[in-house]
Design a protein around this ligand. Structure first.
Ligand code: NAP
Length: 119
């Protein structure tokens, strides 16, 4: 959203496809907000527990889930990667997503230790 409150249209054609890495308390909050937006498609979700992932994906109507987040950050169908995992995982996921040209949603520090932010 622009500072004047107007919604800025994405230059991407059609729905914006979101891959969520993490689906815990904050992940569920973010994805519940995104799923109400007509321009957004929740494309896939990643985490560590296959059992919990399957339940969450089915509940949210997310068609794909994986325990291998690397496959999502390099998936050409993914437009935006939402990093919704604990802080110590942010850097690796965010850098990989950026290196694959993805848009990023990332709260809290991207790095928990001094690191080259511009690598
Ligand atoms: N909670 C808040 O109020 C809040 C507010 C603002 C921002 N945040 C941000 O959100 C982050 C997560 O908080 P949370 O409360 O949602 O934590 P949480 O409930 O523990 O959820 C963490 C999620 O990350 C997944 N995960 C953890 N390590 C992973 C890894 N190595 N690879 C892939 N997935 C992994 C977990 O999957 P499994 O369950 O399958 O292990 C789980 O879905 C925070 O660290 C912070 O950066 C949180």
């Amino acid at each position: 959203m622009a500072p004047n409150g107007k919604v800025v249209r994405s230059p991407l054609a059609g729905k914006v496809r979101v891959a969520a890495i993490g689906y815990g308390a904050f992940g569920a909050f973010v994805l519940n907000a995104l799923c109400g937006l007509p321009e957004v498609s929740l494309y896939a979700v990643a985490g560590r527990s296959p059992d919990r992932l399957k339940v969450f994906a089915e509940r949210m109507g997310i068609p794909r889930w994986t325990t291998d987040w690397q496959t999502l950050v390099s998936d050409p169908k993914v437009d935006i990667v939402c990093v919704l995992t604990p802080p110590h995982t942010h850097a690796e996921i965010a850098v990989a997503a950026a290196q694959n040209g993805k848009h990023l949603f990332l709260e809290k520090p991207p790095f928990t230790q001094p690191a080259p932010l511009c690598q």
